[in-house]
Design a protein around this ligand. Structure first.
Ligand code: SF4
Length: 573
């Protein structure tokens, strides 16, 4: 029995699985398959990009698979540096080529759409599944139930005919106890990831939303109320991943990390439990002592605003155990009171500002990798009910106020709503179409007037960023990022070896990216395009530095280059 998992990638408000990220979905599916008796060598994993690159070999794997699982679904699609999510056409082609049992699941169960501003369609109506079955709830539970043993002999002698017919299997959610077993059992899958060992393992602490009312656009309530995993289960999974070589982790699969195991005391959100977060972080560090990255993702600003003391303790814990460059992403969605009330959003301007201040107070200190320890990110959603022209002005004014207050925001995410069937916004998202032009102009204005000065403040010229991974070449530029949560895109004007880390000195700023040079720059061997990028070096001076190569030593450099003193800190000879 051979199983093949094809990762078409997922991007949800509280879960990322686009390379270099590996989401929990394929790992849990692999764990469920293991528990049903398949050996590690019988479980194959391909990302959709690997499949595109190796189509003949991958096609053979698809044809030979007794059991094919496709994972897909972008509920908040973004732009990705070197990965491209699976398309409906590709799903159809894969299923046409498959001969065994075939299933598809993940967030695609909620529907699909190409971009924000367009409502999602139901998957079964919009994609020809060619005999595959869509897991209406959790794909990992669906796979597990299909493979229920029907005899005593086990899979070594089994054939696909011994599978339950997928259409006859009940759709259900998996339990936290099940993923407590499947997570560690599926950890081996990371070794098949094309980015291994440099892939980020997205970790789940819980899913579902603990609020009594839900934001009109959000798909998280489809998972029910908060379903917390035991702390020990998360730690055990980290330990299993670590033993397979994982070194990069993000605690990203939850809507609000600060509320993990929070206590419901009747308020709008649960009261945080700082000692639980301490147990989680300490446990992760103990079981993965040499990890390279430990970051987080979402937090609800209302939790920080309502429980500042508990949140302060949590922030201190995070800073103690994490790695710098961390981001706590706040879903503000809108600064317009009318939109907030029409869509049952969680926090108003004052509360979000409080949360931003709190994170800045403790997190803005620069860490060893060159970035501040932890900074807030902020998400805006446009096209919501009650949106007017004034909404754009209010959002802009809010961001301007944050900038003018000297506060730092690591990332401003602005998107248009993608309305999913079953959410209150579905069928009421006409503002997205109506305000498309307004939206694009406003986005541009934010990028220019807010993002750019903010980025200059966060990573001023001359900042040294450690361990930037070179990922792709384009037009003579190497693009790289530090592995982490919402990594900054760095462009280096040279062709550097890919899949290698380099330290970078920041030399310039774009609206959402920076330019840099390898640090330290070997002045005698560097290309002229890199030398010209040295901070504070005019074109004429750069030409004269280049003409003077080679330099015998630092003294020689200082003697022959008039601006040598200020360049010395960036170069080696
Ligand atoms: S608070 Fe709103 S955005 Fe956050 S998970 Fe709940 S419904 Fe979704």
């Amino acid at each position: 029995m051979k199983a093949l998992i094809i990762d078409g990638y997922v991007d949800e408000p509280a879960c990322l699985g686009v390379p270099p990220y590996l989401s929990p979905y394929p790992r849990y599916v692999a764990g469920a398959l293991r528990e049903r008796g398949l050996s590690e060598s019988d479980i194959h994993y391909l990302t959709i990009d690997t499949l595109r690159k190796n189509s003949p070999a991958a096609g053979e794997l698809i044809g030979k698979a007794d059991f094919l699982v496709v994972i897909a679904g972008m509920t908040v699609p973004g732009k990705y540096l070197r990965a491209s999510p699976i398309t409906p056409g590709e799903i159809e082609a894969i299923f046409r080529a498959a001969c065994g049992v075939k299933v598809i699941g993940g967030p695609i169960r909620l529907g699909f759409s190409k971009e924000g501003g367009r409502a999602a369609k139901g998957t079964e109506g919009g994609i020809s599944l060619e005999g595959a079955v869509l897991a209406r709830l959790d794909i990992e539970a669906f796979v597990y139930d299909i493979l229920e043993r029907q005899g005593e002999t086990g899979w070594n002698t089994g054939t696909p005919s011994r599978l339950k017919i997928p259409g006859a299997v009940e759709h259900r959610f998996r339990t936290t106890t099940e993923i407590g077993r499947w997570g560690p059992k599926g950890a081996f899958l990371i070794r098949q990831h094309p980015d291994y060992p440099y892939c980020m393992c997205e970790l789940e602490t819980y899913r579902g939303c603990g609020r009594q009312v839900h934001c009109s656009f959000c798909t998280e309530p489809f998972y029910g109320t908060s379903d917390y995993r035991p702390v020990e289960d998360v730690i055990t999974e980290v330990s299993a991943l670590y033993s397979q070589g994982a070194r990069f982790f993000r605690i990203g699969r939850q809507p609000d990390l600060f509320s993990y195991h929070g206590t419901d005391i009747g308020g709008p959100v649960p009261r945080p439990e700082p000692e639980i977060i301490e147990r989680l972080y300490k446990g992760i560090r103990n079981s993965a002592p040499d990890l390279s990255v430990l970051h987080m993702d979402n937090a609800n600003p209302i939790t920080l605003a309502n429980y500042p003391e508990e949140s302060e303790q949590i922030l201190k814990t995070i800073i103690k155990y994490h790695t710098p460059g961390d981001v706590t992403a706040f879903g503000m969605e809108s600064a317009d009171p009318k939109v907030i009330s029409a869509n049952f959003l969680k926090a108003g301007q004052e509360e979000v500002l409080e949360a931003i201040r709190l994170v800045n107070k403790f997190g803005s200190v620069r860490g060893v990798n060159g970035l501040p320890e932890i900074l807030p990110g902020i998400n805006f959603v446009h096209g919501l009910m009650g949106e007017s022209k004034k909404t754009f002005q209010l959002n802009y004014d809010f961001l301007k106020h944050v900038l003018d207050s000297g506060l730092l925001l690591r990332r401003i995410n602005i998107r248009q709503v993608m309305a999913f069937p079953g959410t209150p916004i579905y069928g009421k998202d006409e503002a997205a179409k109506k305000h498309k032009k307004l939206f694009l102009d406003y986005k541009e204005k934010v990028r220019k007037n807010i993002d750019l000065p903010m980025l200059r403040r966060i990573v001023p010229e001359g900042t040294i960023l450690r361990d930037v991974m070179c990922e792709m070449h384009e037009n003579g530029i190497t693009f790289g990022r530090q592995l982490g949560s919402y990594p900054l895109l760095v462009g280096l004007p040279a062709s550097l070896p890919l899949r290698k880390f380099t330290d970078v000195a920041v030399t310039g700023h774009g609206m959402r990216s920076i330019t840099g040079i390898p640090y330290p720059l070997n002045i005698n061997t560097a290309s002229s395009s890199l030398i010209k990028e040295l901070p504070g070096l005019g074109r004429k001076a750069a030409d004269s530095v280049i003409a003077g190569i080679p330099y015998a030593d630092r003294e020689d450099f200082l003697r022959r280059v008039s601006v040598g003193e200020k360049l010395l800190k960036y170069i080696e000879i």
